[in-house]
Design a protein around this ligand. Structure first.
Ligand code: NAD
Length: 494
């Protein structure tokens, strides 16, 4: 374990741990020596905190061979035994929670309290999938003759190539690994190059829990080269990706050309419908907490907040007031409630979206320009009076920018909410139970929150429709995604 002296953006000095970065292939940790490397940066200071080895073509061939060798053994291991290993891994993640959370904050930037919640969630994902894997029931189908037996069996789909992003460095790899592993599939995970150490620590927990060699392989490097090599390999039977719609569609076309199924968790542009019968202050407070969690770098982040005209101004006032109470800073400080953006690309994107919104007439109530000094700091920003043509209302913001928009009636706001091609998450706030039913039926998203922004648990299905992707992680669907149905028809022996 390397110890780094880090001077944070706020000027204080802290001793912070960051693990050595390695690939994990065929049960071996492979170091940077002799390989290309890429730098990992602390988004709060811009300083280099690690050197990440990039997998070569040969490394990937070894990972494919290892997964291929391990696949029949892992699939044949009773689900009960697989569950023991995954449960042990979950327990180890809980034991190591504080260290993993610190590492995550260091490489991704989010406040420590958010990182701790995320690591606990990742452990729960392994626990839940371990249990659910034991319930991958098939069924007995009444056969056409008394001495026949018809059964439908759930079998592992085979080796999975998984690609996880940088915004949830623990939750996303946990979802990508737990479902396939519980179903009896081996995995090659390419986790995000910007947040590798969290994925390394989850993999280490699996290794320490007794996961057999080759069942999980963890690689980093050139995303395009890695995805092309893995997806075209006959060893890979399924892909799963979380990230932008553009990259997801590209990977889906590679998978489709190779005749392989995909689960895609892509971008969103979540509408929030606030009707005028709610407690405006309480709803605004909840919306602020949800909007600025992980500095808005969340695919389900509320990004178009429609407020019925009668309460629009009051909502805006409460929203701005609650936003001023946020404290932006390096994630490891107790006082911080919003960290930096995870990479400089997001700062650049915020700058462009802001300039476009202001040029088209938006009013900026808070924030709006990058903070001075080191790190990728962009303050919580609140905009109103935004032109319908502003890019902010069409392109996924993926940052700490809230757009508050007035509406007049229910059918109008449903049409506006559904107007974008995205379909991941939507939220509605009202006390009218008939309206809850009508509006939640009409919203074209895979996830709907009614009077809440809480949408995910290990036991609930997670995913979108339309340009937000297809397939589900989490819940019983998240296990089914990695199984295939085999029908067996048995007649009497002659
Ligand atoms: P990006 O589109 O370049 O990358 C998104 C993710 O895909 C990253 O993790 C990246 O490593 C990976 N990736 C890129 N090219 C790849 C390839 N050819 N094969 C395999 N993986 C590949 O964008 P970015 O700048 O990292 O993020 C910007 C946008 O991505 C955001 O605006 C947001 O829309 C989206 N995003 C969504 C999620 C999500 O949770 N759905 C997470 C991260 C990013």
């Amino acid at each position: 374990m390397a110890l780094e002296q880090n001077t944070s953006a706020s000027g204080d000095t802290a001793t912070r741990a960051y693990p050595d970065l390695n690939l994990y292939i065929d049960g071996q940790w492979l170091a940077a020596a002799g390989r290309d490397t890429t730098a990992v940066l602390d988004p709060a200071s811009g300083q280099i905190i690690g050197k990440l080895p990039c997998a070569s073509t040969e490394d990937l061939n070894q990972a494919l061979a290892a997964a291929q060798r391990a696949q029949p053994h892992w699939a044949a291991l009773p689900a009960f035994e697989r569950a023991k290993i995954l449960t042990r891994a979950a327990d180890l993640i809980r034991e190591r929670l504080e260290f993993i959370a610190q590492v995550m904050t260091y490489e991704q930037g989010k406040p420590l309290r958010e990182a701790r919640i995320e690591v606990a969630f990742a452990a729960d994902v392994f626990t839940w999938m371990a249990e659910e894997g034991r319930r991958a029931y098939g069924r007995v189908i009444p056969a056409r003759h008394a001495d026949w037996r018809w059964t439908a069996l759930q079998q592992p789909v085979g080796v999975v190539a998984a690609f996880s992003p940088w915004n949830f460095p623990a939750t996303s790899p946990a979802r990508k690994l737990a479902g396939p592993l519980a179903a009896g599939c081996c995995c090659i995970l390419k986790a995000a190059e910007e947040t590798p150490a969290t994925a390394i620590e989850l993999t280490r927990a699996l290794q320490d829990a007794g996961l057999p060699t080759g069942v999980v392989n963890l690689v980093f490097g050139d995303p395009d080269a890695i995805s092309r090599q893995l997806i075209s390999s006959p060893v890979i039977r399924k892909i799963t990706f979380t990230g932008s719609t553009a990259v997801g569609n590209h990977l889906a076309s590679l998978a489709s050309a190779a005749g392989k199924p995909a689960t895609l968790e892509l971008g969103g542009h979540a509408p929030v419908l606030v009707f005028d019968d709610v407690n405006v202050a309480a709803t605004a407070e909840m919306a602020v907490a949800s909007k600025f969690r992980n500095a808005g770098q969340v695919c389900t982040s509320p990004s178009r907040i429609f407020v019925q005209r009668r309460v629009h101004d009051a909502f805006l006032e409460h929203f701005v007031s609650h936003t001023t109470r946020l404290h932006m800073g390096p994630g490891h400080l107790d006082s911080t409630t919003m960290g930096p953006l995870a990479n400089a690309r997001r700062v650049h994107a915020m700058r462009e979206l802001m300039q476009d919104a202001l040029e088209s007439g938006a009013t900026c109530h808070l924030g709006g320009t990058a903070a001075n000094g080191a790190g990728n700091f962009w303050p919580a920003t609140v905009l109103s009076s935004i032109s319908p043509d502003a890019r902010l209302l069409h392109q996924e913001p993926f940052g700490p920018v809230a757009a508050i928009l007035p509406f007049d009636d229910e059918s109008e706001v449903i049409n506006r909410a559904n107007a974008l091609p995205y379909g991941l998450a939507s939220y509605l706030f009202t006390r009218d139970t008939d309206r809850c039913l009508r509006v939640s039926n009409a919203l074209q998203t895979g996830l709907v929150g009614i009077n809440t922004f809480v949408l995910n648990g290990p036991e609930t299905p997670w995913g979108g429709v339309r340009d937000s992707g297809y397939g589900r992680e989490g819940g019983i669907e998240g296990l089914a995604s990695y199984t295939t149905t085999k029908f067996v028809s048995q007649g009497p022996a002659r």
